[in-house]
Ligand binder design. Sequence first.
Ligand SMILES: [Zn+2]
Length: 221
Amino acid sequence: MYIIMLGGPGSGKGSVGGRVSEDFNLPHIATGDIFRAELKSETELGKKIKKYMDNGLLVPDEVVIETVESRLSQEDVKNGAILDGFPRTKDQAIALDKFLAEKGKKVDAAIELDVSDEDIVKRIVKRVICSNKSCGESYNTEFKPSKEEGICDKCGSTLIKRADDNEETVMQRLKVYHDTSKELLEYYKDTGVLYTVHPNIYSKTVLEDSVSEVETYLKNK
Ligand SMILES: [Zn+2]
């Protein structure tokens, strides 16, 4: 099963996708993680990506497609995957459909987490993440605090703020998201795989509720 997670930055698609990945035993492929790995190892691709990310801009389609298709050619994802952060444009979605079709596969569901911009800003400026790269757990000082302030529940490492988690950058990313996602959402609506969830981020059980709604939908597909 190939599942696409859609939603603006901070919509919770990473957390929901991660849980569905565990429960359905499908690798969770976050484009952001692949990109950060490329940046860290300072590959040619990484240097190209850095230039765009530093300016809050999207990485061009051909670079993204090349990166993701190389990841999707690996053995562990031959029965499916959960994609987070890809596709981001209609052209990327068409490229993905073509790539999967050549292997006799298809996108089974595109799950959209629809959260208002106002709520997303609140969420992101209060986000902290684990400094331990192999853990990467994400918290929110208001909505999902760690048990001990500044310390990761999972591995005990220090929690840090990502440099791009400030209001100005978030607004820029939201604008880019809305500009590019409109066509993408319409594309998945037309191909009949779009399913939209409206998470209530003020609920303590928002993650569980969203996961449960998504999994019920996928099981009944
Ligand atoms: Zn951790």
